[in-house]
Structures are given as C-alpha cells and as structure tokens.
Design a protein around this ligand. Structure first.
Ligand code: G3P
Ligand code: MG
Length: 247
C-alpha cells in the first residue's frame, strides 16, 4: 500500500486553539490548512460513539458525570466550550470526508467498554468510509479494541498506541495487522526508532508543541506528529512522507 502520510495531525480536533474534540476544532484545522486530524471516540450511555477524551465530562463541558452513564439527550445538551456541542462520531466522520481530511480515529473506551466501543466504532468507520479513496487510521491504547477493529474492519489501517513502548511492540503490531506505531514523543527511545526503521514502520508521536522538539524528532526519523499548537506548524501542513507499506 502506498501511503502519503501528512507530517502534522491536529490533536483532539483543533488542539488548544478550539474546544477539544469538537466540530469547531475540525473546522479550525481545515481553516489553518491541516490535512489530518486526530480525535478520541467513546460511547455514550446509549451506546452512541461521540468525540470526547475523558471518561467524565467535567473537564471539557459544563456538565457532570460519566460519559458511559449519560444518555444522548443529556450529553448533547452540554456546552463543550464556546457553545459547541459534543459531536457524534458520525458527524465528525462526515466532516472529514467532505473536507478530504485524513482522520485518525482514536478508539478511547471507557473502563470496561473496550469490546463494545471497538465493535461500534470499527463498524461505523468501515461503513462511513466505504468506497472512500482515503481511508482513516484507527488507533487505540487498547490492544483488545485493535484486535476487534482488525477483525471487523480489516480494510481500515490501524496504528498501535503506547505511552511506553514495550520490548515486544513489533510482534504486537504484526499480530494486530497494524501499519504504524504511535507513541509519546518524550518516551521514544533510539532503540525503538531503529527497530521501526529496520521494519519500515512509520512512527507517529504525540503531543509535539515546540518547534525544536519537532525538528529533533524529524531528524531522528519520526514520520508524523500530533500537535495542540496548530499555529506553530501551519507552515508545514503540506509536508508529507511517502511510504510504502506491506499489504
Ligand atoms: O492519539 C494520540 C494521542 O491523542 C494519545 O493521547 O491522551 O491525547 O488521547 P491522548
Ligand atoms: Mg487521542
């Protein structure tokens, strides 16, 4: 598979320049020229996939409670910042398709909901992007979720997410049929980078909010990065890495 991987992904929609994980964030990413966005997807109490990072709504909205216990009607009434609503994943997907944005769909299950979240998000991703020329990239810290995505939506590329990359990362990546390694920029070792280069696996790092750090990571061989500071890297949004991936 030939893959033109944008160097920059707007993190959580529009990073810190817009309410996180909202359509306003996605609109800002497009307005600033970004070609790729990352967002987090969790299930509401009604089983609807929505964009949100935390298991509870307190930090990012004016509400209270656990996402997995709130009904859609309660969740969609909340103010997620500047009058924005928590978006349905379906609406974010349609926005990305309409704007030719590469979507990194991070499956972010609430505790105990790995299976249900992965099943719904994988199926919806496959159906929403069915026939689309540019597929999204599914990632997750939950290896159980990635296993389900592999089985239910094998045609959608997957990335394995780690905070600390374990020694057996490459065999896990192969087992999951994943194409990319996503990891914390601060904890990425030269050993892992060398193994990734040897195996021709692109490495994507979160969360890169300084120009010096970005330059250093690119010099070390990192292929792409997630940023909250869309303003800092708006001049590099057309930078791509041409990759040839097996399969
Ligand atoms: O997917 C990269 C990054 O978003 C992972 O960390 O906690 O911001 O979802 P987090
Ligand atoms: Mg994320």
């Amino acid at each position: 598979m030939n893959w033109m991987l944008p160097r920059w992904f707007a993190h959580r929609g529009g990073g810190t320049l817009a309410p996180e994980n909202t359509l306003a964030g996605l609109r800002l990413a497009v307005a600033m020229g970004y070609r790729a966005v990352e967002f987090d997807v969790m299930l509401s109490g009604d089983g609807t996939p929505v964009l949100i990072h935390d298991e509870t709504v307190e930090r990012t909205t004016n509400g209270r409670g656990a996402v997995s216990e709130l009904s859609d009607s309660a969740l969609f009434e909340l103010d997620a910042g500047g009058g924005e609503r928590i978006p349905r994943f379906a609406d974010a997907a349609d926005f990305c398709l309409a704007h030719r944005l590469l979507a990194n769909v991070e499956i972010k299950p609430a505790t105990g909901f790995d299976g249900a979240t992965a099943q719904i998000v994988a199926r919806m991703t496959a159906s929403r992007w069915c026939g689309a020329a540019m597929k999204p990239l599914i990632s997750s810290f939950s290896l159980a979720a990635l296993e389900i995505a592999r089985d239910l939506a094998p045609e959608i590329p997957r990335g394995v997410l780690y905070e600390d990359v374990p020694a057996d990362w490459l065999s896990e990546l192969r087992r999951l049929g994943a194409v990319s390694l996503h990891c914390d920029a601060e904890r990425l070792s030269d050993t892992v980078l060398a193994e990734a280069a040897e195996a021709a696996v692109p490495v994507l790092c979160y969360t890169v909010n300084s120009e010096n750090q970005a330059k250093h990571l690119v010099d070390r061989g990192v292929s792409a990065m997630f940023t909250d500071r869309l303003d800092l890297f708006a001049g590099e949004t057309t930078a791509y890495k041409a990759l040839h991936l097996p399969g």
